[in-house]
Design a protein around this ligand. Structure first.
Ligand code: 4AZ
Length: 258
């Protein structure tokens, strides 16, 4: 009887499930810009970072529509090639020349949370291709994705000085629908752990979640950060490939004979 009690007690005391990878994105770890050269952050004209983004072509940055809606390109800066936000000597700061918002965008939790920034110059960093319609397997529940960003490292904490990353498995759509009743399966997916602890957070929005050398999602929304039962929600990028192609890789202007 005593043995049984000890067994039951130890089962209760030993943490179960997946624990936070480390301490400190929330529950993440440092990531290098050398290994993730397509990871960029967005700042205002004064240099305050507020979102992330991904270089998807030499002069195109994919981000979240809610990050840039209502902002004018001249008050935006894309910071590329810089892992430490305070290291003003590294990387390149570029001012976009144009902002494309998904034409159906209304609010992050209604879908279509995508925007493309066009830069005036090609950046010398390798872009990351985005997932296409044929990349369905990347969205299977359990697929290990990697989210990156300079966002908050706790729900009410400060954003990170350094680029951080966390591994987040894709969760089943029916789980996401149960926790977020207005979740739109076709346009979004959620990723993380049912127990919380590891997640993206404010300031990570617009940034990448990747697998297999492709951009699988764009950080979009969630209730708080790293809360139990409240995973992060990401744009299902493959679903938008056909909207993105003409914006990211426009056909060269046709030369018209005189
Ligand atoms: C945000 O406000 C935000 N926990 C980003 C990610 C998540 C929640 C909020 C996911 O930018």
């Amino acid at each position: 009887m005593r043995r049984l009690l000890v067994l039951v007690l130890s089962a209760l005391l030993v943490p179960t499930g997946v624990a936070a990878a480390d301490v400190q994105v929330v529950g993440g770890e440092r990531a290098s810009i050398a290994a993730n050269p397509w990871a960029v952050h967005l700042t205002d004209a004064r240099g305050a970072q507020f979102c992330g983004g991904t270089l998807v072509a030499p002069a195109k940055v994919l981000t979240a529509a809610h990050c840039v809606q209502g902002r004018s390109p001249r008050n935006l800066r894309v910071v590329a090639g810089r892992e430490d936000k305070l290291d003003r000597e590294s990387g390149i700061v570029a001012t976009p020349v144009d902002i494309w918002l998904h034409p159906q965008f209304i609010a992050a939790d209604q879908g279509e949370d995508l925007a493309v920034l066009t830069l005036g110059e090609a950046l010398p960093y390798s872009p990351l291709p985005f997932a296409e319609a044929a990349d369905g397997p990347l969205y299977e529940p359990g697929t290990q994705l990697r989210a990156l960003g300079w966002g908050r490292t706790s729900e009410n904490g400060r954003t990170s000085r350094f680029l951080m990353q966390a591994t987040l498995p894709v969760l089943p759509d029916d789980y996401c629908v149960r926790t977020y009743p207005h979740f739109v399966k076709a346009d979004m997916f959620c990723a993380g752990y049912e127990g919380g602890k590891v997640d993206t957070c404010q300031g990570d929005s617009g940034g990448p979640i990747v697998a297999g050398g492709k951009l699988v999602g764009v950080t979009s929304w969630g209730e708080g950060c790293a809360r139990k039962g409240k995973p992060g929600v990401y744009v299902r990028v493959s679903r938008y490939a056909k909207d993105l192609h003409p914006v990211v890789n426009p056909a060269p202007a046709e030369v018209v004979d005189p």
